[in-house]
Ligand binder design. Structure first.
Ligand code: PLP
Length: 341
């Protein structure tokens, strides 16, 4: 297979159609074997469960070319397990985690000529999604579902280096206590759209959500978890039942503790103490870590000592180490990098 003729370093984060996608359907109580297909459309009954009551969940991960030329992806077993957790909370039938990983591998292999070359900074974004397909009008779970994995090449998240961003403390809530904040459900994003459009219109890059019950503890942004670094170098991440357990954040905490020998804490973080941290970053698959330079809170500003020009030193070290492990430059924990071909 020959690589697609794509200007890898100048593509954005947009959908494009690649050669193949994996599709499996759930009917009569079981998932079928699934197929790789050319068809990127979905034809649904107008009353499909996903269209009426938003029964859907998804995942996001990347395949990329490592330094030694292999196509790899990062900890897909954790995406598989998280999708099981999401499906269960939404009364959807979980897709077997081993089959999930195999389907990711098969889909990436079938689209190997869309995987950007090493050094381009671009990746093949992989989107697994599951949704209720049969007609549902009384409020209840669907009985038929589709699980689909499609891919698209996406550009480097940071063009010309990672510049710190400015975020605002949101007046909206992301997730209710005991709600669905801890799962990757489309519905969490539907209701965050107004908040992010509002934040952008006001000139901010992202929202910081506080806990919905008391508005005193830090939760996360619309699509990334927080890490903070204290003035004495401890890496701190908020703990809450309504935060989505980011695979990037969990990996960063392990790297901080086990590879870099830093002190780490996963605990409740009150908004009050944020002004005392030295560094702040957002963790997610897309950017790995986005540094935060400034937080705006109703007329008051928190400026981190790391400033608006570059990542703080500890976050930079975490970023370099995790991306080094992902790219195969640095030996990471067993099983983190899955070789596809
Ligand atoms: C997907 C997501 C993240 C990031 O998770 P990763 O596994 O690191 O990509 C963080 N927060 C929310 C709300 C998310 O949906």
């Amino acid at each position: 297979m020959a690589k697609q003729n794509i200007d890898w370093s100048n593509i954005g984060f947009e959908y494009s159609k690649t050669a193949k996608r994996f599709v499996s359907n759930f009917k009569d109580g079981k998932w079928d074997d699934g197929v790789l297909t050319d068809d990127n459309t979905v034809v649904l009954n107008e009353c499909a469960g996903v269209l009426q009551y938003s029964q859907s969940c998804f995942e996001g991960l990347k395949a990329y070319t490592s330094e030694n030329g292999h196509i790899v992806c990062f900890r897909p077993d954790l995406n598989a397990q998280r999708m099981v957790d999401s499906a269960k909370r939404l009364e959807m039938p979980p897709f077997d985690p081993d089959r999930f990983v195999k389907a990711v591998v098969d889909t990436v292999k079938a689209n190997a000529d869309y995987v950007p070359p090493f050094g381009s900074g671009a990746t093949l974004y992989i989107r697994p999604v599951m949704f209720g397909t049969n007609a549902v009008i009384g409020v209840k779970p669907a009985t038929e579902y589709q699980f689909r994995i499609f891919t698209m090449p996406v550009g480097p998240y940071f063009k010309g280096g990672a510049k710190p961003i400015t975020i605002k403390v949101s007046d909206f809530d992301r997730a209710a206590p005991h709600g669905t904040g801890h799962i990757k459900a489309g519905l969490n994003y539907a209701m965050s759209l107004h908040a992010i459009v509002t934040a952008h219109a006001e000139g901010f890059d992202e929202n910081m959500y506080l806990d919905a019950a008391t508005r005193t503890y830090v939760e996360e942004t619309g699509g990334a978890n927080f890490i903070f670094v204290t003035k004495d170098g401890t890496v701190v991440t908020p703990k809450s039942d309504s935060i989505l357990p980011s695979i990037t954040r969990r990996s960063i905490m392990t790297v901080a503790r086990d590879v870099l020998g830093l002190k780490t804490e996963e605990r409740k973080v009150s908004f009050e103490e944020v002004k005392d941290f030295a560094e702040c970053g957002l963790c997610g698959t897309a950017a790995v870590i986005s540094p935060v330079g400034k937080i705006y809170d109703h007329g008051k500003e928190i400026l981190f000592p790391s400033g608006m020009e570059k990542m703080g030193p500890t976050i930079q070290k975490l970023y370099d180490t995790l991306t080094g492990i992902q790219m195969g430059r640095i030996e990471g924990p067993e099983g983190w990098v899955k070789v596809i071909e």
